[in-house]
Ligand binder design. Structure first.
Ligand code: GLN
Length: 291
């Protein structure tokens, strides 16, 4: 890497060296990435890093820091290097088989909590189609103590990650996981169906950031020639899966609100609302099975 660590560098010096190297490499958040990776290499959280900022880095620590820095400069996401990502303030284990949970997907959790607000403590059945790391389902079960749910994924490796997250978050009693394509193997009666399906238009796949293109599973990104392939599958099953009055909430790619709404309207679902993410991009489409 450029900005290699000098001998006997301090913790603070190592952070500065990495931040400089990351900035020169054109990374978006060089200071943040440097703090997270130095912290991970030393096994220190943010407060401990600050408390130990003057101490000298040992040889094997420097070696770990250099390795992590080289991986990050090769555009491997920080979450994949450290092996975890926070979603809805909960820690999720990440592995190559799953998409790194994105902050904008928290918009779906907010939307879901909004539609079930009056029923927070009631028994609710939730399905998360294409669950990946389990982020959406497990965040919802964490919030809704009366709910239980099913996460599906075509990837058995992804389901392994989701199950591990489920155990770690203490939610195993209320969640099950099923290997299938979206809702294909599920019966009906769900009160809430959520999904962050693959929605990237095929010809855009090569234009994604290297962090996404080279590290997120293609299966979790590829939405077919028009980006709508997964929504069509979900829409085809939506009425069968849901109880009367149930809500269905799907994540939207940028600019996809109208075409996705049209897919679900054609399948007989009512469009209730579109909720923007923190950048103002319409992100969560809220649909309802007519009561
Ligand atoms: N939001 C992802 C991205 O960064 C796409 C994930 C998806 O297709 N659901 O491009």
């Amino acid at each position: 890497m450029t900005g290699d660590l000098e001998p006997a560098v301090s913790v603070a010096g190592a952070r500065r060296a990495l931040a400089t190297a990351f900035r020169e490499a054109g990374l978006d958040t060089p200071e943040l990435d440097a703090r997270l990776l130095v912290g991970h290499a030393l096994g220190l959280d943010r407060a401990a890093l600050t408390a130990q900022s003057d101490r000298t880095i040992r040889g094997e620590e420097a070696e770990r820091i250099r390795t992590f820095a080289a991986r990050r400069i090769g555009r491997e996401p920080v979450a994949r290097i450290v092996g975890t990502k926070e979603f809805w303030s909960l820690p999720f284990v990440i592995a190559p088989a799953v998409l790194v949970p994105r902050p904008e997907t928290e918009t779906l959790v907010e939307a879901a909590l909004g539609v079930v607000d009056a029923k927070r403590r009631q028994r609710l059945r939730i399905a998360d189609l294409g669950t990946g790391s389990g982020a959406l389902l497990l965040a919802l079960l964490h919030e809704l103590e009366g709910a239980d749910g099913v996460g599906t994924d075509v990837s058995p490796a992804a389901l392994g990650v989701a199950r591990e997250n489920c155990e770690r978050l203490g939610l195993a009693r209320r969640a099950t996981f099923v290997a299938c394509d979206f809702g294909a193997a599920l019966g009906g009666g769900f009160d809430l169906v959520v999904s962050n399906p693959p929605y990237v238009v095929q010809r855009e796949l090569l234009r994604l950031d290297p962090e996404v293109r080279n590290y997120d599973p293609k299966l979790a990104l590829d939405g077919g020639v028009d980006g709508l392939a997964a929504y069509r599958r979900i829409a085809a099953d939506a009425r069968r899966l849901t109880a009367r009055g149930a809500h269905i909430i799907v994540e939207l790619g940028a600019g996809m609100a109208d075409p996705v709404a049209a897919v679900f309207a054609a399948a007989g679902l009512a469009i209730r609302a579109v909720r923007p993410d923190l950048n103002g991009v319409p992100r969560a489409l809220i649909l309802r099975q007519a009561p």
